[in-house]
Design a protein around this ligand. Sequence first.
Ligand code: SF4
Length: 352
Amino acid sequence: MPESKSIAQLCKIVKPLLSWYRKNARRLPWRENTDPYRVWVSEIMLQQTRVAAVIPYFLRFMEQLPSVEALANAPWDQLMKLWEGLGYYSRARNLQKAARVICEKYGGIFPDRYEEILSLPGVGPYTAGAVASISFEQPTPAVDGNVLRVISRLLEWDADFSRGAEKKQVAHLLAEIYPEGQCGAFTQALMELGAVVCTPGTAPRCTACPLQEHCCACAHKTQASFPVIPPKKPRKREDKTIFLLHCGDRIAVRQRDAAGLLGGLWEFPNAEGHLDADAAEAWLWGHETKAGKITKIAPKKHIFTHIEWHMDCYLVLCENTSPAFTWVTKGELEEKISLPTAFQKFSGELAL
Ligand code: SF4
């Protein structure tokens, strides 16, 4: 696709898109002002997560950790509790790491240059582009799935956008048409159009779209063919056996290794593979646990982006509190322990 032709075509969308956004922007809590801390936290939360799900998390986060400094100094358990249920916990770890960098390197003031923002832990070109344009009025596109969908349909661009090089090309084209003094509004307008009008699947709302007369896919009724989606790799399957161990009013939990999936979070004790009754008893012995009654619970499945867990489960009434685990009350489990959703699926099975 010739670059000059694409830029000429994209230039035509700037005015109608901005005017549509001014009238139609949803009122969202992170749009109350352009404070880079709020924009950054919201953009990180919104990765892989729907707007409606993020709103209560964002409000709670801002109430408890209203500044970069508060985030940098937050106790680990408080941060994990604030993130509990949002998934992709490495995002929260990186937020705190980045907040510490901002405090140490920039005196607690959010950096305003794209390259500096991009160098923060957990910040990629999308987030850096969003913060630099929304908070600092720089012509730095933020190219996410919504934006790619809009651009690929407007230009009938059939590239594989899962590749970094193609995404960069979109960012490069968009940078050429960013309107001076309205960079933040333009970034948000493109995202908004992708989120509420140019929606995924076969039925974008073209009749409500301010860009209809400039859109190739709409003219040729090829909307459903863009963006081109490459076939997904199958997820890796992992089998596990979860143990809900009770002793009196206590439940056993343990903390996961800091590195890797769900690193540093809490979990119910568990073993790799699906253990039959004999193997489960042997595992309990190996963890210094004297079991009384053992009941098998219905299996459950949890899906991560690239992995899926197939979990069998035993509810075990124990005669001792093995030192292999941390023993907590149900109240402590609910209020202080950050238990990922994969394990929360079994919380309703606790016998307390
Ligand atoms: Fe998307 Fe339709 Fe608008 Fe084209 S006209 S950008 S396909 S909503």
